[in-house]
Design a protein around this ligand. Structure first.
Ligand code: SAM
Ligand code: SF4
Length: 483
């Protein structure tokens, strides 16, 4: 079958729907209604946010439109407080693994787009995947996200094999314990195959929720050109039993204020349809320059650092139970500044070229196999050290997903803030493994101090003796012990 027509039947069904759940005019009318909120209005919303409940579109719009400096500061400190309440002071680490840069789509902002002849097309073989994974494991990674273009050569059966290959690759220090996926939208039967092979989070970024802009940057005649096919990808995922889903917007394509409100509408749609299960994570990449991709060097709606901080805090306050991911596209300085505003996951030791982990033993970047540029190219060890210096705790935990705490189960735990009981101990265990197996002389002292401080913070908890016992077992050589 013609690859570009493979979803035609589904497209036709979606085209027949009168409307979808993103109403551009409604979003703008809500934003305009709250153009200049008073301090009292903003503080009333912050009071509601303090109760850790999801905000309404009107409430979120009030935060988005607030320009009062005092209220912005209050918003930042509340975002920090909520993050600590729901997630504790841990930061979860992962690293991407690019499987292929082959792509039949032609997204204007992306280095991998089909019309970009400066990119060398490459799909990793199973042996090459193992080679990449071994290097990642030896650097200390436990979680990865596999990234693919959309191509006849990388369809779902191939993806299934790549996930299996990642999980079966082992070194003396263990294995990757959780493989998430960032790929094109799929059909329900395709998603079921990914579910079976044990993927973690399934990420699809809408890129922009604004219909007209979407059309402009994703040429018609490509699969990605179909807005609704992408918009309903998480509905299909839920239907297939893939209940751990990641939303995202590529910031710079359209007005950030519209996009964050649209993310809330997407969340509400999922919650209403799937028993309260909203997105497990939200990502908010800003466009960075890609090789021979003029659109990416000069995005029309580039988001300033100030607005970037605001939008992260607003997402944290509006959808408090959702993980927020800040990637290495951002420079270290920006990442450091936004972490306290509610970010719960970061990548580190990141290489984004296809085959880049093996290649990086020789050179730092491989521009003709990279989708865009990253700004934070520091080693995992450097970033782990910095997080400890910020008095937070790096976590390599993969327990929830392996214990079946995903979708509705996870939401129950997250919404009741019970996460804290599992997460801090599991962060301590996985950081202890990192200390014993990977830490450099330079990072080890602060890592040990972080572990001790967090152990002390549990001293009055009923779980304390059990936590101490597990730490001892890890010191004695056991690995992958979790609550
Ligand atoms: N091909 C799949 C798709 O488009 O859904 C997989 C995703 S792509 C390899 C990963 C994400 O990178 C995209 O969803 C997009 O948000 C982001 N991206 C693309 N070009 C970018 C750029 N120039 N700067 C930053 N992020 C970019
Ligand atoms: Fe292909 Fe994804 Fe890049 Fe679009 S964003 S060109 S679909 S890899």
């Amino acid at each position: 079958m013609n690859f570009l027509k493979k979803y035609q039947e589904e497209f036709d069904k979606l085209d027949k729907m009168e409307k979808d759940f993103i109403d551009d005019d409604l979003i703008w009318s809500i934003l305009n209604k709250h153009k200049s909120p008073t301090k009292e209005e903003v503080r009333a919303v912050l009071k509601k946010a303090e109760t850790c409940t999801r905000l309404s579109p009107d409430e979120m719009a009030i935060l988005i439109q607030n320009k009062d400096k005092d209220c912005i500061e209050e918003m930042y400190s509340l975002a920090h407080k909520l993050k600590e309440e729901v997630y504790g002071d841990r930061i979860v680490f992962f690293a991407p693994l690019y499987i292929s840069d082959e792509c039949a789509n032609n997204c204007k902002y992306c280095g991998f787009r089909s019309s970009n002849h400066s990119i060398k097309r490459k799909t990793l073989t199973m042996e090459e995947i193992s080679e990449e994974v071994k290097i990642m494991i030896e650097e200390g990674q436990k979680r990865t996200i596999l990234v693919y273009g959309e191509s006849p050569n990388t369809q779902v059966d191939f993806m299934v094999k790549t996930v299996e290959q990642v999980y079966k690759t082992k070194t003396e220090h263990g294995e990757i314990r959780r493989a998430n996926i960032n790929c094109a939208p799929l059909r329900v039967d395709e998603l079921k195959k990914l579910k079976e092979v044990g993927i973690g989070t399934y990420q699809v970024f809408q890129e922009t929720y604004h219909h007209e802009t979407y059309k402009d940057v994703h040429p018609q005649g490509t699969i990605k050109g179909h807005y609704r096919w992408r918009l309903y990808s998480m509905d299909r995922a839920q239907e297939a039993g893939v209940d751990d889903n990641g939303l995202g917007v590529l910031f710079g394509l359209y007005d950030w204020r519209f996009e964050v409100l649209a993310l809330l509408f997407h969340t509400i749609h999922l919650e209403q349809k799937f028993n309260g299960v909203g997105p497990h994570t939200i990502s908010f990449p800003r466009i960075t320059p890609a090789l021979d991709t003029p659109y990416s060097s000069n995005p029309k709606y580039a988001v300033s650092d100030e607005d970037f901080k605001k939008l992260i805090a607003i997402l944290r306050l509006s959808i408090p139970y959702t993980g927020l991911i800040c990637t290495a596209r951002e420079p270290d300085k920006v990442r450091k500044e936004v972490l306290p505003l509610g970010v719960s996951q970061i990548d580190a030791g990141t290489r984004i070229g296809v085959g880049a982990y093996a290649q990086s033993l020789k050179a730092n970047t491989i521009p003709d196999k990279e989708q865009f540029t990253i700004e934070d190219g520091r080693s995992l060890d450097d970033v782990v050290k910095e997080i400890c210096e910020m008095n937070a705790i790096p976590s390599f935990c993969t327990a929830c997903y392996r214990a079946g705490r995903t979708g509705e189960q996870f939401m129950k735990v997250a919404k009741s803030k019970f996460v804290y009981n599992y997460c801090i101990p599991n962060a301590i265990f996985t950081l202890k493994e990192y200390a014993l197996d990977y830490a450099s002389n330079s990072s080890l002292p602060i890592i040990n101090e972080t572990i001790n401080n967090h152990l002390n913070s549990l001293a009055n908890k009923p779980s304390y003796p059990k936590v101490l016992e597990i730490v001892k077992r890890i010191e004695n050589g056991e690995r992958d012990v979790r609550l």
